[in-house]
Design a protein around this ligand. Sequence first.
Ligand code: ATP
Ligand code: MG
Length: 225
Amino acid sequence: MTFCLAFLLTTLYNCFMSKEAIIKRRRLGIMGGTFDPIHYGHLVAAEGARYEFNLEKVIFVPAGRPPHKPNYKITDPWQRFAMTSLAVQSNPFFEVLPLEVERPGPSYAIDTVQEIALLHPGMQVYFITGADAVSEILTWKNTEQLLTICHFIAATRPGYRMDDMWKKLKLLPVELKDNIHCMEVPALAISSSDIRQRLREGRPIKYLLPELVEEYITKNKIYRY
Ligand code: ATP
Ligand code: MG
């Protein structure tokens, strides 16, 4: 009798635990960036993270006014938002939100993560970046708070070494470092700066970014300096 009761209780407990585990496993990704313009490097990283980390969806958030890129004339935020929307439209797990485009002042990841977390109560947020961007997070606003409320996925990127990234983050407390996960993605040596330079020099950008984005750039005469 006691054995039966214990068995029943254990089974009930296990059922409860596994339900809780399922709830805990609900995850969503945020892909932040200037996306000036968005290219296949961004898309491959986001799709890799979605699959590897079991993310229900990935929300792309084009930066409104990125505080770390004051040195060049950034394309109009709504045009970057439009290009991002065109780029993700063929993936049912991807969406785009204009949170940072609409928010006045500099765009800080902490504000975006907090806003998205509020819109998705109970979900674990994963912030997807390239290894180059994660290396810089100590310069971001409220880094420790950010790493407490969300996890980071650092995608490999040609030209950036993971061990250099960890060296730059050595001052972070270990428990926060545990929230940074490395992810191998197919190496694409594509960058928005290279695409902008190619356009300046009249070189091709075909196959570096989705065709719809290329068409938008041509039609709206963006990056013609
Ligand atoms: P720029 O050359 O203007 O800095 P970018 O190509 O680095 O542009 P961003 O908008 O700065 O693009 O990047 C947004 C995020 O995407 C960053 O976290 C960056 O590390 C990541 N990322 C960009 N390109 C790649 C790539 N080819 N492979 C992996 N991650 C990438
Ligand atoms: Mg960059």
